[in-house]
Design a protein around this ligand. Structure first.
Ligand code: 9D3
Length: 238
């Protein structure tokens, strides 16, 4: 999979993709990530990427032209109807559809080229949305200072699902959310740490009993922190 990131802060991404699963996926040729400075596509002498909003109001809006030129440079067209099959142009924005595991999975399975547009300021000229963007995604109901952290979150969620990215030691099938529940608690040695004991059931080697305990604890945790996952009102379950 090829991932191109469009940002006015390319330095933001200098180290984040160089660790763990993502680093391994890059070295194995599973993913190729390139970060591009939107400013390099600005045409005026001050290389402006933002301007004042029509209609007035506080704050600045990201200009359409530098983003159109960047997309044309990367994809050969600024008409989303003409993108190659498997190409997605994703705008990270607070107005987007909330990111879900199912979306990351669909992208990992069906897409081969992503362009991630990181917004800044009050927003992006709507004509970017109208012609370039195939998906508009938010990573949750909190306010970030820009789309960059969201692009990192989305990339991470997708890359680890690419075939062969995880390796053999773990399986994406066992992840939290893949069965619609939060994960159960985990313990490792020592069996007693500062007076705190590991639940007895995990020490007795009865695997049927251990699986039952893990499922009960997962349900308990989900009921407590994410009851919405159980009622299916967020589309995660049933
Ligand atoms: C005054 C209205 N605000 C929109 C809710 C303005 C605004 C706030 C924050 C405009 C842009 C931003 C920057 N955030 C993102 O670009 C962003 C984001 C987020 O803030 N939360 C969750 N997901 C995302 S994805 C991109």
């Amino acid at each position: 999979m090829k991932i191109d990131v469009l940002t006015i802060f390319p330095e933001f991404f200098e180290q984040v993709f160089d660790f763990g699963i993502i680093r391994r996926a890059k070295l194995a040729g599973i993913v190729d990530i390139n970060v591009h400075d939107i400013r390099e596509f600005a045409t005026d002498k001050h290389q402006m990427t933002d301007d004042r909003p029509f209609g007035g109001g506080d704050g600045m809006v990201m200009k359409a032209e530098p983003i159109f030129l960047a997309i044309e440079h990367l994809l050969g067209t600024s008409n989303r109807e003409e993108y190659a099959a498997g190409t997605k142009v994703i705008l990270l924005s607070p107005q987007g559809r909330p990111l879900k595991q199912a979306f990351a999975k669909e992208i990992a399975e069906c897409a081969n080229h992503l362009v991630l547009i990181c917004g800044r300021y009050e927003g992006v000229d709507e004509r970017v949305n109208e012609t370039l963007v195939t998906d508009e995604i938010s990573i949750g109901d909190y306010v970030l200072s820009g789309g960059e952290p969201a692009a990192i979150v989305l990339s991470d969620a997708i890359i680890r699902l690419l075939p062969e990215a995880l390796g053999s030691e773990t399986s994406a099938e066992n992840d939290s959310f893949s069965n619609g529940l939060l994960d159960c608690p985990h313990y490792t040695r020592p069996a007693e740490f500062r007076g705190m004991k590991v639940p007895e059931v995990l020490l007795n080697g009865n695997h049927a009993e251990i699986e039952k305990w893990r499922h009960e604890k997962a349900l308990e945790k989900t009921r407590k922190f994410r009851p919405d996952l159980l009622t299916g009102e967020n589309g995660e379950c049933e």
